[in-house]
Design a protein around this ligand. Structure first.
Ligand code: NAD
Length: 365
């Protein structure tokens, strides 16, 4: 049913579609709808030069469908850079499902979503992201082989989040080494924003090293649980961004480094798991650089999850997953040093290396 017909003027304003929102040379965007299950999903395939597009499915109660489209465009592009910088033969893709996972998600909806993934014939592989569980990937696996992150009992590599957290920890340590001359996090005050699948494990790793970890989340129950489990403090102030600390680890949603927050930040290092932390890369990257804040590019240090799920496609085991994830430490230091030497932002330095890899594969084809 068409609920709104755009006027000619509005159409002119909206067109062209490919120039809107975060479209950035995306190869394919697929809108999926199923009335019976209530599924409304968008699959974004950004780039497949290095290999099939791989990226998780995020289920979120977006305020508008435009927000969902914008998110999938941004996230799928980020996956292209993540796979390229990590040296994996994968392209970038991502999917979003619109709706609150707590109330809308059912096995039937997940199966229907899997059928849409299947129609792409392996051009896009899905995995879990915010709002998804390993069991959901098992459900998707019932209807398509183009899914990763399935449970170990079903022959998969299992939950990628602990590996993601380990990679973020490696990137954080490398950033600390660059900023403070030592990668020892003992005594460092670390603000972890978002203590979900990844954030909790990062809390464990950093607290075990003796860091002074402060946690923030919108879920009060989880705050109490995680605080009790690892003996860390809950943030009780009014404005986390203005808190004096050594390291800020964004592990909730993206775009938290934006016009409203950037001037308040008092940390020396930003290293966290969230995708797309910079609201606008070419504005907020340089602003962080001007302020002398060391920013560990998100797509570089949160690649542990993709390394883990890629194991299912390539057939490598735990040892290799661990060593590839540990290598995030070296890559992060290399990129921070490259940025310092060239005057580029850390984000741009990482992106340029990823782009060189994609261009060289394209030219060799
Ligand atoms: P999750 O859904 O398990 O956890 C997110 C947490 O953030 C939840 O506890 C939620 O309550 C909290 N949160 C949401 N909005 C918040 C806000 N405004 N302030 C504070 N807390 C808030 O997700 P996850 O799997 O832990 O992923 C966290 C981030 O890392 C996401 O941005 C995700 O895209 C990214 N990431 C995850 C993986 C992975 O392997 N899971 C891999 C790469 C990147």
């Amino acid at each position: 049913m068409i609920t709104e017909v755009l006027t000619a003027n509005q159409l002119k304003k909206e067109a062209p579609v490919f120039g809107q929102l975060s479209f950035n040379d995306h190869e394919q965007v697929v809108f999926c709808q199923d009335k019976d299950t209530g599924l409304k999903a968008i699959i974004g395939v950004h780039n497949t030069i290095l290999g099939p597009a791989l990226g998780g499915t995020r289920m979120y109660n977006y305020q508008t469908e435009w927000d969902a489209l914008n998110d999938v465009l941004r996230l799928s592009r980020g996956m292209t850079y993540k796979a390229a910088i990590t040296g994996l033969n994968l392209g970038g893709g991502k999917a979003v499902i619109i709706g609150d996972p707590k109330t809308v998600k059912t096995p039937a909806l997940m199966r229907r979503f899997g059928e849409f993934v299947h129609t792409l014939g392996g051009k896009y592989y899905t995995a879990e992201d915010v709002g998804m569980e390993t069991s959901d990937m098992d459900t998707v696996r019932e209807v398509t082989p183009y899914v990763t992150g399935i449970s170990e009992e079903k022959g998969g590599a299992g939950n990628p989040s602990p590996v993601t957290a380990y990679g973020v920890y490696m990137g954080m340590k490398a950033s600390a080494k660059f900023a403070y001359g030592t990668d020892n996090l003992e005594g460092k005050k670390i603000l972890v924003q978002g203590i979900g699948h990844v954030g909790e494990e990062l809390v464990r790793l950093t607290a075990e090293e003796g860091a002074n970890v402060i946690i923030a989340d919108i879920n009060q129950e989880r705050l109490e649980q995680v605080s009790a489990a690892y003996g860390v403090d809950i943030y009780r102030g009014q404005d986390l961004y203005a808190e004096e600390a050594d390291i800020y680890a964004p592990c909730a949603l993206g775009a938290t480094i934006n016009n409203d927050t950037i001037d308040k930040l008092k940390v020396k290092v930003i290293a966290g798991a969230a995708n797309n932390q910079l609201a606008t890369e070419n504005i907020h990257g340089p602003l962080l650089q001007e302020r002398g804040i060391v920013y560990a590019p998100d797509f570089l240090i949160n690649a542990g999850g993709i390394i883990n799920v890629y194991a299912e496609i390539e057939g490598y085991g735990r040892e290799q997953i661990k060593s590839k994830t540990e290598n995030i430490y070296n890559t992060t230091l290399d990129i921070l040093n490259k940025a310092k030497a060239t005057g580029m932002t850390t984000n741009a330095a990482a992106m340029s290396i990823a782009e060189e890899r994609i261009a060289s594969k394209k030219n060799s084809k």
